[in-house]
Design a protein around this ligand. Structure first.
Ligand code: SF4
Length: 199
């Protein structure tokens, strides 16, 4: 009797997971068909406009400035279009990157331990010696949408408990559509796939 019930439970479980997987696949197909209908360029431009709107209409002053750089110690995702802009910027401005640093970060991203690296090792490969972005004009939307409202000293000291920050409201839906469609990837994946820009 006991054995029979266990078998029955196993069968129910197998049946349930099969149904869940099918439902998930259906929903996934449905979502992707919706993404196909979105004007992705428009989604991107709208997200940029919303970010500018936040910068101009913020009721509190935004403290982000050249030289703070705390946010530039995290994995940054870019879309292929953004990467093309970055690549052009690197070539046009003859910007050289530290390839060993880049490779080490990429290995750590693949191993899922990026956030366990020391803060200095997590430093974005585009962050200059003076903690300013060397590709500022071409920086991706991921870097534009975070706004810090607390005193810049807290960013400099890395004191996250004292920091107050937010992403631009209203950008998320547009960004999700854009990134889901374009399958954004970390900087490092693109840069190491096109080593000619590093020479
Ligand atoms: S691209 Fe520029 S703004 Fe973005 S994380 Fe790197 S250094 Fe910071």
């Amino acid at each position: 009797m006991k054995r029979g019930l266990t078998e029955q439970a196993k069968q129910l479980k197998a049946k349930a997971s099969h149904t869940v997987v099918e439902q998930f696949e259906k929903q996934y197909d449905h979502s992707m068909s919706l993404f196909d209908k979105v004007d992705h360029s428009m989604a991107y431009q709208t997200a940029l406009l919303y970010i500018k709107e936040t910068e101009h209409n913020s009721s509190e002053p935004i403290s982000c400035r050249a030289g703070c750089g705390f946010c530039c110690h995290q994995t940054v995702f870019v879309s292929p279009t953004e990467y093309e802009n970055i690549k052009d910027h690197l070539v046009a401005n003859d910007i050289k990157l530290d390839q060993a640093h880049l490779q080490a970060q990429r290995d750590d991203i693949s191993n899922g331990v990026y956030h366990k690296l020391k803060v200095l090792d997590r430093r974005c490969v585009f962050l200059g010696d003076n903690s300013s972005c060397t590709i500022y004009e071409a920086r991706p939307i991921m870097c534009r949408r975070h706004h810090v409202y607390s005193e810049p000293e807290h960013c400099a000291s890395g004191s996250t408990s004292e920091m107050r920050f937010d992403v631009s409201p209203r950008t998320e839906g547009h960004l999700s559509a854009y990134f889901a469609y374009y399958q954004a990837a970390p900087f490092q994946d693109y840069l190491l796939a096109t080593p000619e820009v590093l020479k």
